[in-house]
Design a binder for this molecule. Structure first.
Ligand code: NAI
Length: 333
């Protein structure tokens, strides 16, 4: 029986990359029944407001979604729909594997990092107010509960998959209370996993180390904002934002989406690289127990990269979104 999946095409390049991904999954004969919905800003701040949102209702019901990027206006306008969905559905773990693809030339080979980002609090709580004209306060919320929960997620993943080391990334030298508690919570969890090496690294130094010696890291565990920034840095290590997939995971539901945003500069031009979205769908297929289809899709993507003749512009080729997608479909075994 087909698994029901909510499909949120998104905006900007979202409809192009999600359309390409749906065609690929259909060609690969994934057993998925799509329920397509448009995500709109959630009006109101109460839990009941979020619970009444049609996307929240649908994802809570079918437990899994594939989502294209959604634009968030800068400075003013509605709050981020992405952040609202993650909070409303309690998708507390943002999981981003960063790996080299065959044939893409980057300064480092064999980069293989897992980024685990706390997804529900930190400065992303969006709690800001004007104290007096000319002075604004933005609240960074860190709780022991969420820090412990994300640490457990990371260490459990490491144990299950044989990962060797977790580096907690922080700025506890300056934010002694908030980042201090984040670290304190992780240390307690780490004690239960003696086989996994645990390290702590200050975020600025972490960025420098990552661009010089990425192989010295295995898994990175970060608060929301550092995770957002360091994810894009890591995407750059393997060839850019068009390549890195992601998942937002909670106890009841999961939303799979690329790391990148809506890329307004190339939207509607058939230039977007759908790889990140396709690889997010690979993560989704494994999550819903269709590992065989996931492997075939991933192998087809790798084959097109290995051959290198039909790649999109962001990775040095001249193929359109459509041409690249056709090439991947043609490479399915
Ligand atoms: P962005 O990721 O949309 O774009 C950054 C740069 O990477 C641009 O030059 C873009 O053309 C390029 N790029 C991104 N994805 C690409 C792809 N698949 N193929 C080829 N090139 C690609 O980041 P930006 O410009 O900071 O954000 C644009 C909008 O997206 C904002 O409104 C932001 O809030 C939103 N956003 C949404 C996310 C989500 O829905 N989860 C995540 C990140 C940003």
């Amino acid at each position: 029986m087909a698994t029901k999946v909510v499909l949120i095409p998104g905006d900007g390049i979202g409809p192009e990359v999600s359309g390409a991904t749906v065609r690929l999954l259909e060609a690969a004969k994934a057993e998925v029944e799509w329920e397509e919905l448009e995500a709109k800003p959630i009006v109101g701040h109460r839990k009941e407001d979020a619970d009444a949102d049609p996307v929240v209702i649908a994802v809570n019901r079918v437990h899994v979604a594939l989502k294209g990027p959604l634009t968030t206006p800068i400075g003013s306008g509605h709050r981020s729909i992405n952040v609202a969905l993650r909070k409303a559905l309690e998708l507390y773990a943002n999981f981003r594997p960063v790996k080299n693809l065959p044939g893409i030339r980057t300064p480092f080979h064999n980069v293989d990092l897992i980024i685990v980002r706390e997804n529900t609090e930190d400065l992303y709580a969006g709690l800001e107010h004007v104290v007096v004209p000319g002075v604004v306060e933005s609240l960074k919320i860190i709780t022991e509960h969420a820090s412990t929960r994300i640490a457990r997620f990371a260490f459990e993943y490491a144990r299950r998959t044989g990962r060797k080391m977790i580096s907690a990334v922080h700025k506890a030298n300056i934010m002694k209370l908030s980042d201090g508690m984040f670290l304190e919570s992780i240390r307690k969890v780490a004690e239960g996993y003696p086989e996994i090496e645990y390290r702590e690294v200050i975020v600025d130094n972490c960025c420098m180390q990552l661009v010089m010696r990425p192989h010295e890291f295995d898994m990175l565990l970060l608060e929301n904002l550092y995770g957002d920034i360091v994810s894009d840095l890591c995407a750059g290590l393997v060839g850019g934002l068009g390549l890195v997939p992601g998942a937002n995971l909670g106890d009841n539901a999961a939303i799979f989406e690329a790391v990148h945003g809506s890329a307004p500069d190339i939207a509607g031009k058939n230039l977007a690289n759908p790889t990140a979205m396709m690889l997010s769908a690979v993560l989704m297929l494994r999550h819903i127990g269709q590992g065989d289809v996931a492997d075939r899709v991933e192998k087809a993507i790798h084959a097109v990269y290995r051959e290198g003749a039909r790649l999109t512009r962001d990775v040095g080729g001249d193929a359109t979104t459509e041409e690249f997608t056709q090439a991947v479909i043609g490479a399915l075994a």
